[in-house]
Ligand binder design. Structure first.
Ligand code: 26Q
Length: 810
């Protein structure tokens, strides 16, 4: 049963209500109906998955296993209903129960098992893979608490625990048949056995990994991707000896320690901290997943000789890089392969994607920590490193500096990127620019060593989620103009470009944007009690709060607009609402300061006694930005802020979500913005600022903020305003930060790009006021050019260039 009729849906749901809650549909609460519906949808997916699984087995199809510490899934019900094509019968069935499908969607908590871009990309890939019938599984951790809930009190971020499981559990199927033991600590001994010299590992602390599966159905396809989430629990054998000796506390402590591993997601984004618990999480994910993959493979094929032919295992950023030594451990210790054979199997199976060039995000671990927590893995790492250095010595004799830079172990640190590159057959960046940068800078030595490993796959988004499901109004127009084919083949959005002279289509684009703005204004009112005027232009920056993303640059421009209006409240300017949505890592002070500035600036404007100012300038900081909010926000946005310092944003994916909903981008030539500009044409995107190579040059010659300050009266006035402050609070510290000199100068050079940014902002305002039809035309061209940035295309690129994966329908 892949689908159901209205009557079947009714029966199915009523059955669940009786069996699980002992209520009839008329007695059931909304929450109970929600759960009954989820169970019914899950049943359909389980059956669909089973059928696909059978097909996979028969075809002996190669599979991809995507290892990632984060999967930012958001809500599942709407997506599943859309992808399974069961919206109509389900809506009708629910009518008789007195609820709407929309009501039920609101019952679902976001599965926020990720920080931002990297985690959301993983979630988008599961959708793209299933829709195109690729055999795929994701592996991650079943965090009891996902990314914190954000409250903002007096401009300051407060982090609250994200309790998602009571409502989110309904999507998880516990797999009691999939349990593995993961070992930490303990000691090693070398012993002679029947297999020769063997390493015996004893006195280890054991933790059990239990699988919980979440399914992602493809859209109008046969496949279902499975996301397997591991939960940690103490091994069932209770230490009776300790217990009977009265050491209750010790017994209980061991139990708690095991569960701690899957307790909470680390909330830092693009920043690595060497915490022991994080290391345990990473190894826990890697070990459980590889044991699972290997045991499945052996059940099917007997030995591991064919692993690279049948399995592609992806290391998503360096977080699961311990997959390299762990796969080696399984091959050597548990399957008695010789080192060279084991190494060939490992490197042919693994592939690695880099997601950032920021130095603080490049993962390293203290070697003694790894030696203590993972003694066997440490032994294998030393051997990998020894052989690597031997080979490097042969290739680059005498070049000690190079060899030392490329080694995996050095000065009590383990370099996870070096490990990932050496242990994989493929290394890629996530946009063309980023892939070039890694070859020329951070991984240059490795590019010279093994150039054939390096490639690019530009990121993409689940366009069905951000276009079809979030913006049905725009889809109605698209369907009228080009039919519905773009849902499964996003490249067909290009056909929309033909309508760029059709006045009635351009007009409808404007009307649809207006409707989405009204809907978002209502959402903001309901969520946060904030008034937003849909007659103003919505200029949006929604992404993690980070210095390199330069929310501060945006704030500087707003301050300048505010100053102009304070000077002359009658100024004839385009009325705008600047909307921000961003969480900051809990310990990231500068990010929190910038957040506070924006909130205080917003409040200052709101409290300005002059309504002429308030009507023309509004700043809104949306609390707790998450996937669900972004689904409401993207379609309502007119201006998309993608203003990172060129060279720092690996790709960006929010940029693509705005674009496909017809927002016009103001952005630097960074990450995927470069490819967006190439595709949409430079007339239809607003590019400003230094280019990546210019950034390097300015920085090399010594970035001097005061030269910009001295030349620009407007900038001086902004800095002055920061010092005077907003809403009774001075932001002199930020003023200082912007003006600091080398060697502590602002690494993201806000002032260097300010003039160009503000000029471009004005250019956009002029266009919006003087030629709204042309604005809509540019909007149309953005929608038409966004097809390339679908996750469907992205995973196809991975499948052909990296994984050697075939669609099961071909
Ligand atoms: C590492 C070690 C310890 C604790 C945390 C971390 C950690 C966690 C998350 C390090 C980095 C991240 C996330 C990085 C990330 O989201 N990168 C983004 O990836 C997107 C998808 O490729 C890109 O579009 C963005 O440009 C990139 O910033």
């Amino acid at each position: 049963m892949n689908k159901f009729t209205e009557q079947e849906a009714q029966q199915l749901i009523a059955g669940k209500l009786t069996r699980y809650f002992g209520v009839s549909p008329s007695e059931a609460s909304r929450e109970q109906i929600y759960k009954a519906v989820v169970m019914s949808v899950r049943d359909i997916m389980l059956e669909k998955r089973q059928a696909f699984h059978l097909k996979m087995k028969k075809a002996k199809a190669k599979r991809v296993y995507y290892l990632c510490m984060e999967f930012l899934m958001g809500r599942s019900l709407k997506n599943s209903v859309y992808n399974l094509g069961i919206g109509k019968p389900l809506s009708k069935a629910l009518k008789s129960f007195g609820v709407t499908l929309e009501d039920l969607y609101e019952e679902e908590p976001d599965a926020g098992l990720g920080n931002g871009g990297l985690g959301r990309l993983a979630a988008c890939f599961l959708d793209g893979l299933a829709t195109q019938n690729y055999p795929a599984m994701g592996f991650s951790i079943c965090y009891q608490y996902g990314l914190f809930k954000q409250k903002i009190v007096d401009g300051w971020q407060i982090e609250l625990p994200d309790v998602w499981l009571p409502g989110g559990e309904a999507w998880l199927t516990q797999r009691t048949d999939k349990q593995f033991i993961v070992r930490f600590d303990g000691e090693l001994e070398e012993k002679w056995t029947d297999h020769g010299m063997e390493t015996v590992y004893y006195n280890a602390r054991e933790v059990e990994a239990v699988a919980y599966d979440m399914m992602v159905s493809g859209a109008d396809s046969e496949a279902v991707s499975v996301l397997r989430l591991w939960r940690a629990r103490p091994v069932q054998k209770f230490d009776m000896q300790l217990f009977s000796q009265g050491n209750y506390a010790e017994v209980m402590r061991d139990e708690g320690e095991a569960e701690l591993i899957s307790k909470v997601l680390y909330p830092s984004d693009n920043h690595s901290e060497g915490k022991s618990l994080r290391l345990k999480q990473q190894y826990f994910l890697v070990s459980a997943s590889l044991q699972c993959i290997v045991s499945d493979h052996k059940r099917r094929y007997g030995s591991l000789n064919l692993l690279p032919e049948m399995a592609a295992i992806h290391i998503n950023d360096t977080h699961p890089a311990l997959a390299v030594p762990e796969l080696m451990r399984i091959l050597l210790d548990e399957n008695y392969y010789e080192w060279d054979t084991a190494w060939n199997i490992t490197t042919a199976t693994l592939a690695y994607t880099n997601h950032t060039v920021l130095a603080e995000a490049l993962e390293t671990w203290a070697e003694d920590l790894i030696a203590r927590r993972l003694p066997r893995i440490h032994g294998i790492l030393k051997e990998i490193n020894r052989r690597l250095c031997d080979d490097l010595w042969r290739r680059f004799p005498g070049d000690w500096d190079k060899i030392s830079r490329m080694s995996i172990l050095s000065h009590n640190t383990v370099r996870m990127a070096n490990l990932s590159i050496v242990g994989s057959h493929s290394v890629n960046g996530v946009s063309e620019l980023h892939s070039e940068i890694i070859k020329n800078s951070i991984f240059r030595d490795f590019y010279e060593y093994t150039p054939e490993k390096f490639t690019n796959v530009t990121n993409g988004i689940a366009h069905r989620r951000w276009l079809n499901q979030s913006n049905p109004e725009l889809c109605a127009l698209l369907n009228d103009c080009i039919g519905e084919g773009y849902a499964k083949d996003a490249s067909r959005l290009a056909e929309f470009a033909k309508f760029d002279k059709d006045e009635s289509v351009l007009k409808r684009i404007g009307e649809i944007k207006r409707i989405k703005k009204e809907q978002f204004a209502e959402y903001a009112k309901k969520k946060q009690g904030i008034a937003i005027d849909p007659n103003t232009v919505f200029d949006v920056q929604a992404k993690r709060m980070h210095e390199y993303k330069r929310q501060l640059l945006n704030a500087l421009h707003i301050i300048s607009c505010y100053n102009a209006l304070r000077d002359d409240p009658n100024l004839d300017v385009l009325p705008k609402t600047y909307i921000f949505g961003a969480k900051a890592a809990a310990g990231y002070d500068m990010a929190k300061q910038i957040m506070k500035l924006i909130c205080f600036l917003a409040e200052d404007i709101r409290r300005n006694p002059d309504p002429r100012i308030r009507e023309k300038l509004n700043v809104v900081y949306m609390e707790n930005y998450n996937v669900t909010m972004s689904e409401a926000l993207m379609p309502a946005s007119e201006i998309s802020e993608q203003i990172s310092l060129a060279g720092k944003e690996a790709s960006g994916t929010g940029n693509m979500k705005f674009m496909i909903n017809g927002a016009l981008t103001i952005g630097t030539l960074d990450g995927a913005n470069v490819e967006m500009a190439e595709r949409v044409g430079t007339d239809n995107i607003f590019i400003f600022g230094l280019k990546a190579d210019e950034v390097d040059e300015v920085w090399r010659n010594g970035y001097n903020s005061s030269s910009y300050y001295n030349q620009d009266a407007e900038l001086r006035r902004i800095i002055e305003s920061l010092i005077v402050g907003f809403n009774g609070c001075s932001f002199a510290e930020i003023a200082n930060y912007l003006l600091r000199k080398s060697p502590v100068a602002d690494p993201y050079m806000c002032l260097a790009d300010y003039e160009s940014y503000t000029r471009t902002q004005h250019k956009m305002s002029e266009l919006y006021r003087n030629d709204p039809t042309d604005w809509n035309r540019k909007s149309l061209r953005n929608i038409a050019a966004a097809g390339y940035f679908s996750a469907d295309r992205s995973v196809r690129d991975y499948a052909t260039r990296i994984w050697g994966l075939k669609r099961l329908d071909k």
